[in-house]
Ligand binder design. Sequence first.
Ligand code: UDX
Length: 482
Amino acid sequence: MRISVIGSGYVGLVTGICFAELGHDVLLFDNDPAKQRALQQGVSPIHEKYVPELLARHRGARLTFSSSLAESVDKSDAIFIAVGTPPTVNGEADLSYVESVARELAASIKDYKIVVGKSTVPVYTSEWVRRIMQLNGAPAGLFDVASNPEFLREGTAVTDFLYPDRIVIGTDTPACEERLRRIYQPLADGTYYERGDAVPPPKAISGPPPLISTTAKSAELIKYASNAFLAMKISFINAVATLCESVGADVEQVREGIGSDSRIGRQFLNPGLGYGGSCFPKDLSAYRAVARECGYDFRLLEEVMRINNEQRERFLRKVRHALWTLKGKRLGVLGLAFKGGTDDVRESPAIAVIRSLIDEGCRIQAYDPAATANAREILGDASIQYMNSALEAATGADALLVLTDWDEFRSIDLGRLHDVLHYPIVIDGRNLYDPTTMADWGFSYTSVGRADVSRGVGVQKSSVSTPGPAQRNSDADVVKVP
Ligand code: UDX
């Protein structure tokens, strides 16, 4: 199948290279010449596993690039719209890019095409795209509009695409449905998974993913409702974590107890600083706006957002509680990205927390394995130093704050960390460490939904404790406080 993908941002690029990987001829269109040039030279503009490999595999062969929308349309059977839908000041999705693409497409349609929405858009968008195209001269019988939502997570976007839980195609005519089925056939019939050169599965797979065929409107709703539900799970566990702190329970134990119910499931029940990123915050606001416009006040979503914002405030209170006054304090920070595994800092809780701390007079020394350049663009260099390793960020700091769940941070050498910190205080917004172990190493350790601990104080020994460095040096028993 010949496919055009309009927009080579995160979703567009991953979609384009994955369609090429499935054997289709893909034309990637973007109106940003710098991005086009980089891609043509095989440089991935995003930090995403397997993107460089697949770019190298398909570039110039099944994957080509175009800066002409008319050419892209002319050479394709299916056109996927993957342009940005940023939030407006009212929290609605700004669909002006989608509209201008629809207008331009209309002029170039000469034979039957399907136009497929990949961007996250409100219900009714497919209908609007159809209407705009017709108003701009596209003959009604020569095109259909569909919705094919993506469920890609940054960091695992390629394997999310190639090994999805489900594929949703929202179409309103049999011809359109048939074309989309053919596009996804290698995944839906499992033939892709038999290939020797297939991208390895992230986990054992039990079979090909189900292909769920719906109307375009249902597909549009599925996307928003999925993200809203996941965000709700995160806010739910964060609210439970707050309660755990009040009653002295351990949220990790509670999470295990809840998540073991197969009706609930363990995923997306990690408490912490709350959700961020380019999707959840934007999609929740847009979903609430859409619901309101349709006459329904979806107050549950407001509560999800409120709890999420409160998590950052609660964390800042913990920092103040641990350090008393903040002015002039030097803080080590682990993590700038909105989650581990990505260089993306959009709506990152880490950035919000750092901003507040800088406003309160702290000096920050931060380390992130991938997001430093992006964070620097937002935070600048005043009051913040960007370090080259986690231990460097901790060196001489009055406390260490953990703001992003990078795996690299989990395996930090706790003995050396204790040595390099000015005071052995760790405030963990991602629950990366075991409180018992931290207490044994002599840290004063605060996390989310679990009791604060310091050597021999407040720790609930629920499991076998890891031998710590109690005898490591004569200072170890003394938890210094600022
Ligand atoms: C999300 C959706 O998962 C994906 O299906 C959609 O297409 C795009 O939006 P992404 O934004 O890449 O993907 O990140 P995700 O892994 O979902 O995490 C979102 C945020 O929630 C992150 O800030 C993460 O740290 C936070 N999170 C996630 C938690 O706080 N707890 C959890 O248990 C899971």
